[in-house]
Ligand binder design. Structure first.
Ligand code: AVI
Length: 330
């Protein structure tokens, strides 16, 4: 049932969440946006996922950064006529765990560095700031707590400075291709000649490896997926029974993406008391909660080029599972 157009959304309800749920659960097929995963419990579960044996993404990207960080930083700062000082910004920085590899490389090359992490979670930023300033005192952290998907503005760089924007961790893969292009174009619009962007993307690989990464044996990804329902129970006074849904991970070769769904185990009706809204589910009906696009070699460079960056270098691992690309503003 769709609520009448005049149904008021109670003022204490997060309207961003409410609108996402109303739009997603009245569409056909049903869907919910992946940003709903990341409440406190969901962020903790995601951190656990990054340590799972099946979730190759984090450790593979970390190994690429560890091996090539010096070259990445040197390339980003390359300038024939005069020395430049890099500022490093990061979108969706979270705990900035892998970023420290790049910050250490920048400190080794230029003595100190200004780091500008952007994240929707002020708590995650504070934790990351304290840890980085303790572990690498030559890094000054200037955090920016905001939802970067809704636009953002960097402080202009000074003379002799360049900005390198990091967007690592395959986060770009959670956007639809058009949204991804739009986001990179918005970043590009904030940058000046000489600035750069370092983009981390996951590459297409055998289906078995992909399926295991999104449906691990310990059930952590299933718990992460179902936590979205628990979050909606709390935020919108809903009455989901998470056990009445099954976690499904599916490889979609036509769209080159891993998909996560929640499949209803029975015919059921879920009530959202805060919205005066009910969603009916048939047995086997699914909610699409996430797409994780996987790229072919060369596609990340194309994505950067379409956003107005000149792709200048890329690095991958021995198995060709993950790729980090540098694009620069001419
Ligand atoms: C955050 N993002 C890059 C992860 C991914 O792989 O798409 C989120 C995730 N979903 C399931 N496992 C991890």
């Amino acid at each position: 049932m769709t609520p009448a157009a005049s149904t008021p959304i109670e003022s204490q309800v997060d309207t961003h969440v409410a609108h996402a749920v109303l739009a997603g659960l009245t569409s056909e097929p049903k869907r919910l946006p992946p940003w709903l995963f990341y409440d406190e419990a969901g962020s903790r579960l995601f951190d656990e996922i990054t340590e799972l044996p099946e979730y190759y993404l984090t450790r593979t990207e970390r190994a690429i950064l560890a091996r090539h960080a010096d070259e990445m930083i040197a390339r980003a700062a390359e300038e024939a006529s005069r020395p430049v000082q890099l500022r490093i910004a990061e979108l969706g920085a979270g705990s900035a765990e892998k970023t420290r590899i790049l910050l250490r490389a920048a400190v080794a090359q230029q003595g100190d560095v200004l780091y500008e992490p952007v994240d929707v979670s002020a708590t995650a930023l504070l934790v990351a700031q304290a840890r980085i300033e303790r572990e690498i005192p030559a890094v000054r952290v200037r955090p920016l707590a905001m939802d970067y998907t809704n636009g953002f503005a960097f402080e202009p760089t000074g003379p002799g400075e360049r900005r390198l924007v990091l967007y690592i961790g395959s986060s770009i893969g959670n956007f639809e291709p058009r949204e991804a292009a739009h986001l990179l174009a918005k970043v590009r619009a904030q940058l000046r000649p000489g600035d750069g962007m370092l983009l981390g993307v996951d590459l297409v690989k055998d289906e078995q490896t992909l399926l295991a990464a999104y449906d691990d044996a310990a059930g952590t990804t299933a718990a992460f997926n179902k936590n979205m329902l628990t979050r909606l129970n709390r935020d919108l006074c809903a009455n989901f029974d998470p056990d009445a849904f099954t976690h499904r991970a599916v490889w979609n070769p036509e769209r080159s993406r891993m998909e996560m769904h929640l499949e209803s185990r029975m015919a059921q009706c879920v009530r959202f008391a805060a919205l005066d809204f009910e969603a009916e589910f048939e047995v086997g009906e699914t909610i699409h909660t996430e797409s994780s696009y996987k790229y072919q070699p060369g596609e990340a460079e194309d994505l950067l080029a379409r956003a107005g960056f000149a792709p200048s270098a890329s690095w991958t691992d021995e198995q060709g599972w993950f790729m980090v690309c540098l694009g620069q503003v001419d």
